[in-house]
Design a protein around this ligand. Structure first.
Ligand code: NAP
Length: 344
């Protein structure tokens, strides 16, 4: 007998923002950590293949999933403390990221405004160290709590333990979310009381200037970034997609210099380690794929980095387009693009 929070043969189409058709053999709707501990200690369930599912916004389902999918729906958000320097805000893994950011701003706790409108859940945010417009979520995390599904033990990870990097973390590097090793249950954010705007990105500064916001506050920055994102990124409810489909490549200074000689308008962003970050969207556009379709999928006309499902696509269509775009960018620039989503 399965516990009542686990269903069998579940349709995953509404659970992935690319709307690819697939089914899960079992799906657990996780609303509290005891359910994870129950699974970890269950003689049969503990042995099954697992996958930790957040908002499904960074996922390409390549077929049906044989195993137990853990749909993280743990709710709750509250200020759990403050000191002279910061507020400490806890949120359950299942909280919607955008709703959570909006709520912190409404409560008068700024600091996450640059990350407004990023799709997905609170629990998934640290895995990829989501970031936008000069802010990464790892900078605002105090610690998080995860269940080790091999033992059922609750484990605390400080921000330093998480090993955050550019769209990267220990959880992602180890593949723990894909293997279902750790399920992040709760994240505690540290939001500094001395607020400082991050408006260094040209697009953000331009958007603020257009609205006469010479003295930007958190709400104005959030509104400006939300406006930019709405212009450039399709709403998955209207046009299924999984956000940025390729990672922005970080290449050697030599390769970046050689590319800039051949392509003088190439955007280049030097990194602290001497390497140079390139804009994947620019490379894709220059390789001729912006707004171009291959069967029922295509690269979005407003932002070439976003792969969209124009209706009825399967994972084969996605994989075909992924290959075509990678080959075109490699042929033109010698740069190997790496897809951002998990292919499951
Ligand atoms: P964009 O603003 O067109 O930027 C393209 C690339 O240029 C990115 O690599 C961006 O770096 C870089 N860039 C632009 N201005 C920069 C500056 N002033 N200093 C340093 N680097 C700069 O990118 P987009 O695709 O429309 O996305 C908008 C923002 O949302 C970006 O920050 C992007 O990273 C973020 N985003 C994050 C996720 C995620 O967390 N998974 C998904 C989608 C988009 P950065 O990537 O470092 O910003």
């Amino acid at each position: 007998m399965l516990p009542d929070f686990i269903a069998s043969d579940v349709d995953l189409t509404p659970r992935n923002t690319l709307a690819l058709p697939a089914r899960a053999e079992f799906l657990a709707n996780i609303t509290h950590i005891e359910q994870l501990q129950h699974i970890a200690r269950h003689p049969d369930l503990a042995k099954r293949r697992r996958f930790v599912l957040g908002g499904g916004s960074n996922l390409v389902l390549t077929g049906d999933f044989a195993g137990l999918m853990l749909a993280m729906a743990i709710p709750g958000k509250a200020c759990i403390g403050e000191d002279a320097q910061a507020w400490y805000i806890a949120a359950g893994a299942g909280e919607n990221w955008h709703a959570f950011v909006t709520w912190t701003l409404a409560q008068g706790w700024p600091g996450l405004e640059n990350l407004i409108l990023i799709p997905g859940s609170v629990g998934a945010a640290p895995v990829q160290n989501i970031g936008a417009y000069g802010l990464e979520v790892g900078e605002r995390i105090d610690h998080l709590e995860a269940i080790d599904l091999d033992t059922g033990r609750l484990t605390r990870f400080t921000a330093a333990d998480c090993g955050f990097g550019y769209r990267d973390s220990l959880f992602k590097r180890e593949g723990w979310h894909v293997q279902g090793r750790y399920a992040i249950a709760r994240v505690v954010f540290r939001l500094p009381k001395r607020w400082q705007p991050r408006t260094g990105y040209g697009e953000v500064a331009a958007e603020l200037a257009q609205h006469g916001s010479g003295d930007p506050n958190p709400t104005r920055i959030a509104a400006a970034i939300a406006a930019i994102r709405r212009r450039k990124l399709p709403d998955p409810a209207q046009l299924p997609n999984s956000g940025s489909f390729f990672q922005n490549p970080v290449v050697s200074a030599e390769l970046a210099a050689a590319l800039a000689t051949a392509h003088p308008s190439l955007p280049r962003y030097p990194q602290a380690d001497g390497r140079v970050k390139l804009a994947a969207g620019w490379l894709i556009e220059q390789a001729g794929w912006k707004g171009r379709n291959l069967g029922p999928v295509g690269m979005y006309e407003q932002q070439a980095l976003v792969l969209v499902n124009r209706g009825g696509a399967t994972s084969r269509d996605v994989q075909r387009l992924t290959r075509a775009v990678r080959e075109a960018v490699l042929a033109r620039f010698g740069v190997n693009l790496v897809p951002e989503p998990v292919f499951l």
